[in-house]
Design a binder for this molecule. Structure first.
Ligand code: NAD
Length: 246
């Protein structure tokens, strides 16, 4: 796929799935703006990894759960290139625990971190897209938002919300030539799943049709497809990338 001349913004774009998405777009020719929260070393490594691709990666240190961070990211990308063509809302966290014992702070942190960037980045991103009457948004949900996961009521609530938010926004801005879709990954090998109980990871993976954990690059491939012109007639959809767990 060719994204030459396109500006792509990726939140949580220097690690895990976001890193794979940033690299895939950069190697497909895009000017990528990858937001990250605090890991400067990971951002530096990503800049080096992008060398040799036909596109570029610019890392932007910004807490996109705040309006200030989101506008910094969107404005930096738009000022440098004149447009936002693709926005990938990928930043997210887990704070797992059974609901009866869940700390208020774990409920609030997950709702805030997983949903506020979606609101702020979409709000400021679509203003740029509307000016051009074109653009694509891909939001990263999870199979937890489709089938539910014990111990993840907070996370599942946000991931289900990402799907319904995207369906509504797709209807709202479709008439302006802007598409909104969702990718819902299953169990993918990143720092997020490395922090889970590994017996749980194995159990889920062994129960899937393909019987193996997914790689971040396999999620990135789905994101690029939905962002490409080959998906020009697809909006409001959720593409599950889970090796057959759901
Ligand atoms: P990860 O923990 O490796 O990366 C998450 C990234 O989000 C990090 O770079 C982090 O710095 C960034 N981030 C978090 N809060 C931020 C903020 N306020 N501002 C800017 N950046 C912020 O996780 P991952 O596995 O790569 O997950 C990426 C996305 O995919 C998440 O939304 C996650 O819920 C989703 N997902 C992951 C899996 C999986 O198995 N790994 C499965 C389903 C969905």
């Amino acid at each position: 796929m060719n994204f030459s001349g396109k500006t792509v913004v990726v939140t949580g774009g220097t690690r895990g799935i976001g890193r794979a998405v940033s690299l895939a777009f950069a190697f497909a020719g895009a000017a990528v703006f990858a937001a990250y929260l605090q890991d400067d070393a990971a951002a530096d490594r990503l800049n080096e990894e992008a060398i040799g691709g036909s596109g570029t990666i610019t890392t932007v240190k910004a807490d996109v759960s705040s309006q200030a961070g989101a506008t910094l990211l969107i404005d930096t990308a738009a000022a440098a290139t004149g447009a936002i063509d693709v926005l990938v809302n990928n930043a997210g966290i887990i704070r797992d625990g059974y609901l009866a014992m869940m700390a208020d702070s774990d409920w609030e942190a997950v709702l805030h971190t997983n949903l506020s960037p979606l609101f702020h980045c979409c709000k400021w991103g679509i203003r740029k897209m509307m000016a051009k009457r074109s653009g694509v948004i891909v939001n990263i949900s999870s199979i937890a938002g489709i089938s539910g996961t014990a111990g993840q009521t907070n996370y599942s609530a946000t991931k289900g919300a990402i799907i319904s938010f995207s369906k509504s926004l797709a209807r709202e801005i479709g008439p302006m030539g802007i598409r909104v879709n969702v990718v819902a990954p299953g169990m993918i090998a990143t720092d997020m799943t490395a922090g889970l109980r590994q017996e749980l990871v194995s159990k889920v993976v062994q129960g899937s049709a393909l019987g193996r954990i997914g790689q971040p690059e396999e999620v990135a491939a789905a994101v690029l497809f939905l962002a490409s012109d080959q998906a020009a007639y697809i909006t409001g959809q959720t593409l599950v990338v889970d090796g057959g767990i759901v």
